[in-house]
Design a protein around this ligand. Structure first.
Ligand code: ADP
Ligand code: ASP
Ligand code: MG
Length: 405
């Protein structure tokens, strides 16, 4: 008998029919004699609508209240999924994150899981039930409701699979697996049979929202092999696992476009020791994560001045500005410029470690389309560039075509 964790995303539980479809699939897996834990997201659009609703009440709602609000999305789905199973004669019990023993830190709206005590889940499974756990949510040791960041149901599933020592972890979604690019933007994108944790991490961190970034970090840390596949057909999906030697033969595994970042530039920053530390410490204290960072060569006489640009997630822009404005008098920079019309285009592949000329080919593909490159950053297995947001999809297709077409 195997223990299987299956996660169903928003579209897969998008209406009553889809929830019944999930119940039928779960019943079919259970009929093979396995124990099944199901993690579900909010029905598609629900989390976005709750966020919109909150903004109609106040501009910057307290994050604690946001968590209380957003956790209701998944709580709706667990009950409906349990009912759909009960309706076809399968014993099922729903659990909120707290009831499933998911304990997090207190960073509201992006809490990190500290530990999971799966005692109740094991007890219910051993009694013959399918256990339905609410994704995306947990509870602090003090009993506050928290959420795990957008897309966080993936994290619930992976972390539960690790805590339960599950034999199999399946992420069911609305595409057949992980593709070489978002198949909704790049029609020629191909499904990958397998991908390494590191490549999946870089793609997830570059805007390929098929898996939440943090969930892949946890999968890598606890060596949870998982499969991304469709809830609407039985096609084999994509296996995400430790890198194998043959993976290096492929130079570029995939490309991604992140439309959810903004660029902040501090203009005329005094170029002296400690300034960058102060700026990024202030951002870190606000739990604002910074992605690309570029500092220019300094100019001017006396204390030379430089410009410092970095990108943050769009929803963090106001918080980031507030944290920086506090520093202005103290650090003595001249101005702050915010550019929300950017897209980050990334090329990912472990094969880049052993192949040269990848950056040149990428820049050439963009030049041919007349697309200008803003900031550039690289890692061992990734090259990212900023482009104008309005040209992002065109850029994604051009680069995909050059390497993977
Ligand atoms: P779920 O609600 O199941 O969690 P998401 O909407 O979060 O699903 O993620 C699935 C979506 O991710 C797909 O519909 C697809 O548009 C998008 N996506 C982006 N990049 C990729 C990629 N490289 N491969 C597959 N899907 C991708
Ligand atoms: N409902 C949450 C969101 O929309 C979590 C998830 O779907 O994974 O971000
Ligand atoms: Mg998702």
């Amino acid at each position: 008998m195997a223990l299987i964790v299956q996660k169903y995303g928003g579209t897969s539980v998008g209406d009553a029919e889809r929830i019944k479809n999930v119940a039928r699939r779960v019943a079919a897996s259970r009929a093979k004699g396995d124990q099944i834990v199901v993690v579900v997201s909010a029905m598609s659009g629900v989390t976005d609508n709750l966020i919109k609703l909150s903004k109609q009440i106040m501009d910057q709602p307290p994050e604690r209240e946001m968590d209380v609000l957003l956790a209701t999305g998944e709580q709706t789905t667990i009950a409906l999924t349990a009912m759909a199973l009960l309706a076809i004669g399968i014993p099922a019990v729903s659990l909120t994150g707290a009831q499933a023993g998911i304990v997090t830190d207190g960073v509201h709206t992006k809490a990190k899981i500290k530990n999971i005590t799966p005692k109740e889940t094991h007890r219910l499974l051993d009694a013959g039930n399918v256990v339905i756990v609410a994704g995306f949510q947990g509870q602090t040791p003090g009993g506050q409701i928290t959420t795990l960041g957008r897309g966080g149901s993936d994290l619930t599933a992976i972390a539960l699979a690790a805590a339960l020592k599950a034999d199999l972890c399946q992420i069911y979604t609305d595409v057949d697996g992980v593709y070489t690019a978002d198949p909704r933007i790049v029609p020629g994108a191909r499904k990958l049979p397998e991908i390494s944790y590191d490549e999946m991490l870089e793609l997830a961190g570059s805007g390929a929202k098929v898996m939440q970034l943090r969930s892949v970090e946890i999968a890598k840390k606890f060596r949870v092999v998982f499969e991304v596949r469709s809830s609407l057909n039985d096609n084999p999906g994509t296996i995400v696992k430790e890198e194998t030697p043959s993976m290096e033969e492929i130079v570029v595994r995939g490309v991604a476009l992140d439309k959810n970042q903004s660029k902040i530039t501090l203009v005329g920053v005094p170029d002296r020791p400690g300034v960058a530390a102060r700026v990024f410490n202030a951002l870190a204290s606000g739990a604002i994560s910074v992605d690309m960072i570029v500092q220019n060569v300094s100019h001017g006489s006396g204390t030379p001045l430089t410009d410092l640009s970095f990108t943050v997630d769009k929803p963090d822009v106001q918080k980031a500005r507030a944290a920086i404005d506090v520093l202005k008098a103290d650090v003595g920079f001249q101005d702050v410029a915010v550019d929300e019309s950017i897209g980050k285009l990334s090329l990912v592949g472990v094969g880049m470690r052993s192949h040269s000329g990848v950056a040149a080919k990428m820049f050439e593909a963009l030049a041919k389309e007349g697309i200008n490159i803003g900031m550039i950053s690289t890692s061992e297995i990734k090259i990212s560039v900023l482009v104008e947001l309005s040209k992002g999809e065109q850029a994604l297709r051009a680069v995909h075509n050059a390497f993977l077409g």
